[in-house]
Design a protein around this ligand. Structure first.
Ligand SMILES: Cc1ncc(COP(=O)(O)O)c(C=O)c1O
Length: 438
């Protein structure tokens, strides 16, 4: 994004300190300048925009106070609203009394029994053969992808999450070949599988995509993977806890139990390794790999985050465990609420004739602008009207998708959604949204 002459100079109260350092001072060396130039668009947004790199001073439900101003948070990934759930909050002090705040053993040395309890519950919920908990998905991708890929071939979806790509880069350094295939394109994947035969072969992609909110055609991908003896490695950070197995009694189209995209799309774990996180729907610093018990045994002796990383804090383990209990008791009710609120936003965009990448009805709603250069203005407009959203900036998304992402959670109230819809009306009158049917 070129610097704009008519943009007012940032003031001391609007520019985060880190951004001032980056923008105003000359970089001390060539490599730093090159990095800053590569991230120029984001740097520009950081410098001028309180929707990014914000200091959140206070939280009241889904309202947050940023720089003295109350905003409604539509950027939270706490889909089930468990971060604010009184039952989770009340349970945590008891666990802290029993276990202390943080077990500093790596898992190789020992794990509080909470780990085993969560893994047992989680394995049952997913209907997988086994599962292993590690601190984050970022750790998991960096450690597990290289192990599974060995010196073979990785086929990675062009829109896979950055942390998957980073895992692929580590795998390449260990001797794997990395091949990219077009987003959600099982036919091209199949052609590539016919051409690149070096085993083992791993296909890496998101479950529910973090930017579009859409799942892949899993039956097509699993069929290709099984036919070519490849392993499908899925990151369902945004599906786990939100979507689950289908049933006649389901209270919403998200299905029941929130047991993830594999179950939601009626698939099995044959040739599938599912990874997912508790850091979104379950509001907890914890993530998992689900797959065969033999894989779990291997990861326990080969995966650095099991051998060496610090574990999740007790508060996170407790919130995951209590979260799983709440999921059994009233998760479907929370998901029905989440669906209804998401539906309101999607229907409203439809009424406005505005495009969204979301075709699934899941609670990630990206709204592209007609002109990508309007992004800072759109962000400021949302902020001025009390809405906290995620800015989808280039190169994080393709230029034609530059816009903002709204995420709904079960803790957003209907009143907050009504306010959001009114702001979207005003925004659409001021800054052109990309039309649904150009
Ligand atoms: C699809 C996806 N994968 C992985 C991550 C990283 O998750 P974690 O915080 O568990 O490392 C994110 C978080 O933004 C994500 O959206």
């Amino acid at each position: 994004m070129p610097p704009s002459r008519d943009r007012p100079p940032p003031t001391a109260t609007t520019v985060p300190v880190a951004a001032v350092d980056l923008v105003d001072r000359p970089a001390p060396s060539g490599w730093l300048e090159r990095w800053l130039a590569a991230c120029a668009d984001l740097q520009e947004l950081f410098a001028h925009h309180q929707l990014l790199d914000a200091v959140i001073q206070e939280v009241a439900g889904r309202r947050i106070r940023v720089d003295g101003r109350w905003l409604t948070d539509f950027a939270s990934c706490n889909y089930l609203g468990l971060d604010l759930d009184p039952e989770v909050i009340a349970a945590i002090p008891g666990y802290l009394q029993r276990w202390g705040t943080h077990p500093s053993w790596s898992r190789m040395l020992g794990s509080p029994a909470l780990y085993q309890q969560i893994e047992t519950r989680l394995t049952g919920l997913l209907g997988a053969e086994d599962s292993l908990l590690l601190p984050t998905l970022t750790h998991i991708h960096a450690a597990v992808i290289p192990i599974l890929a060995d010196q073979g071939t990785i086929f990675v979806d062009a829109r896979a999450h950055k942390t998957i790509w980073d895992g692929c880069v580590v795998a390449r350094a260990h001797g794997a070949t990395v091949v990219r295939f077009p987003h959600h394109d099982p036919q091209t994947l199949e052609e590539l599988l016919r051409r690149h035969l070096k085993q083992p072969r791993l296909v890496c992609m998101d479950g529910v995509n973090s930017m579009t909110g859409n799942p892949p055609d899993l039956p097509a991908f699993t069929a290709v993977a099984r036919a070519h003896d490849a392993l499908l490695y899925l990151d369902d950070a945004h599906g786990f806890g939100v979507v689950g197995e289908r049933s006649r009694e389901e209270p919403s189209p998200y299905g029941r139990r929130g047991n993830g995209v594999v179950r939601h799309l009626g698939e099995t774990y044959d040739h599938v390794v599912l990874t997912g996180g508790f850091s979104k729907a379950y509001s907890s610093l914890l993530a998992f790999v689900a797959g065969p018990t033999a894989l779990k045994r291997l990861l326990k002796v080969a995966a650095p985050p099991y051998l060496y990383s610090g574990p999740s804090p007790i508060a996170s383990l407790a919130s995951a465990l209590v979260g799983l209990q709440i999921n059994d008791a009233r998760g479907d009710e929370l998901r029905a609420m989440l669906y209804a609120r998401t539906r309101r936003v999607l229907d409203h965009l439809d009424k406005l004739g505005a495009a969204t990448l979301n075709t699934s009805g899941f609670p990630i709603v990206e709204v592209p602008l007609s002109d990508p250069d309007d992004l800072p203005r759109a962000g400021r407009f949302l902020l001025d009207h009390g809405i906290y959203a995620t800015l989808a900036f280039y190169p994080g998304v393709p230029r034609q998708e530059v816009g903002f992402r709204l995420q709904l959670t079960a803790a957003n109230t209907d009143t907050e959604v009504t306010e959001l819809l009114a702001v979207l009306d005003l925004l659409a009158d001021t800054i052109p949204l990309r039309p649904r049917h150009p």
